[in-house]
Structures are given as structure tokens and as C-alpha cells.
Design a protein around this ligand. Structure first.
Ligand code: 13P
Length: 251
């Protein structure tokens, strides 16, 4: 069964005490949500253990924003998948456009990261999306299709039960410019088709595909009403518990 998910990517925001407060408010307010909507928060690495303690007893899941492409060893500054699992994470975001753009994340590296995440019982939120130039050149379907194939076609049907896809058009991230519900839906439908080509109809139907990019309480309802949009990966609006919960109430 496809899950409906609203995930908050806090990016490089909040101190540890601020993050713990935010997690506490999210956990408290999440009690008002219907049982079929899953909430996930993705704080910075430094916050994970404290936030995990705060979320204990709630249904809010904990995610990292990235993990290393190596198992362990002399990789200064990196954080391994098993460390994230031992800190209380059950998800990790991978391939965010900010990582691709600023930190040289490639599809080849992402294959290694997804392998390690899955091997350590972390579900993956894999981000894909075209930049402004690619959209203006009419290449958005092609770019997203390639990103999906390059990474996910290396995995199995069973693995896909632990993968969520997030479509985040780079031009809509933090810009206040949201893709229209139609623009988002046509890419989501395309992504589902690419999954179906390799893994079949059942896996495609069961895969959760999130939209991300200036998603907020005022536009979430229209986006989530689309047949292939199963929730959101939220940046800025996830830093306010009320807005984050209001987005989740849009289903
Ligand atoms: P904004 O919601 O701030 O546009 O960020 C979206 C995003 O990048 C979530 O991962």
C-alpha cells in the first residue's frame, strides 16, 4: 500500500535546543492527524540523538539528510548509515539537489549510499529534479527519468518497498515559486511510469512520490489532490510546527 507522507527537511537550520523544541511541538500536534498520514522530520546530524529521545512514543519518524557512501573508516567528517540507524533514524534523505549542486553528489555515489542505507535498515527518500535551464530547454522529463534510472534501476523490487521518491524542481526550492499542480502531476506520473517499466505495476502503484519546492499550507491541498502526488518534502515551512502540521492536514 502506498503511504501518504509529509517530511520536514530542516536543512542547516536550528541549534540543538531549538530543534528539540520544534520536534516536541511537531510530536504533540501530530496527534491530531489521521492515521494514514506519516510524518517524518530530518534535522541536522548533531540533533539526531536528542530529537530521537523527544520523538519517543510518538508516530513521527526520524530521518537524516544524507549519509556516507562508505561503510566506515578514515573518512573525516562523514557519517555512516549504521551510525544513523543507531542514533534512531529509520529514514535518510539522499540526493537532495543542494548536495548534488554544492557537494558534487553524483548518481554513481548515490547508488553506494542507497545500498548502505538499505543494508542498515534505513528507508531512503531519494530526491530528483531538474534545474531552471533544463526546464526552459524542455528537458525536465528526460533529466528526471535519467536520475531515477541511474540510481534505482540498480535495485530490486524488494528494495523498492523501502524507497520513497521526492520530486523537487530546483527552480522551486526556497524561491517561493511552486510548480503548479499540473506541472508536478505530469512529472510524478512520468516517474511512476519509469518505476513501472523496471519493477512492474504493483511496485509502481505502491511507491510513494513526494513533491518538494515552496510547498506550504496554502498550496498543499491542491498539490496533494493530484493522483500521483503522495505528500511533500518540506523545507522552509517545516521549521514552524503549525505550518508543517497544517500541510499534513491538507490530505
Ligand atoms: P522549500 O520548501 O524551502 O522550498 O525547500 C524544499 C526542499 O528542498 C525540501 O527538501
Amino acid at each position: 500500500m502506498r503511504k501518504f507522507i509529509v517530511a520536514g527537511n530542516w536543512k542547516m537550520n536550528t541549534t540543538v535546543p531549538q530543534g528539540v523544541e520544534l520536534a516536541k511541538a511537531v510530536a504533540e500536534k501530530s496527534k491530531s492527524l489521521p492515521a494514514n498520514v506519516k510524518l517524518i522530520v530530518a534535522p541536522p546530524f548533531t540533533h539526531l540523538v536528542s530529537v530521537a529521545l523527544e520523538l519517543k512514543g510518538s508516530d513521527v519518524a526520524l530521518s537524516a539528510q544524507n549519509c556516507a557512501d562508505k561503510e566506515k573508516g578514515a573518512y573525516t567528517g562523514e557519517v555512516a548509515a549504521d551510525m544513523l540507524a543507531s542514533a534512531g533514524c529509520t529514514y535518510t534523505i539522499l540526493g537532495h539537489s543542494e548536495r548534488r549542486q554544492y557537494y558534487g553528489e553524483t548518481d554513481a555515489k548515490l547508488v553506494e549510499k542507497v545500498k548502505l542505507a538499505l543494508a542498515n535498515a534505513l528507508d531512503v527518500i531519494l530526491c530528483v529534479g531538474e534545474n531552471l535551464k533544463e526546464r526552459e530547454d524542455g528537458k525536465h522529463f528526460e533529466v528526471v527519468t535519467e536520475q531515477i534510472k541511474n540510481v534505482l534501476y540498480n535495485f530490486t523490487e524488494e528494495d523498492m518497498a523501502h524507497v520513497v521518491i521526492a520530486y523537487e524542481p530546483v527552480w522551486a526550492i526556497g524561491t517561493g515559486k511552486t510548480a503548479t499542480a499540473e506541472q508536478a502531476e505530469e512529472i510524478h506520473a512520468c516517474i511512476r511510469g519509469v518505476i513501472e517499466q523496471k519493477f512492474g505495476k504493483k511496485v509502481a502503484e505502491d511507491t510513494t512520490i513526494l513533491y518538494g519546492g515552496s510547498c506550504k499550507p496554502s498550496n498543499a491541498k491542491e498539490l496533494f489532490a493530484q493522483p500521483d502526488i503522495d505528500g511533500g518534502l518540506i523545507g522552509g515551512a517545516a521549521l514552524k510546527a503549525d505550518d508543517f502540521i497544517a500541510i499534513a492536514q491538507s490530505f
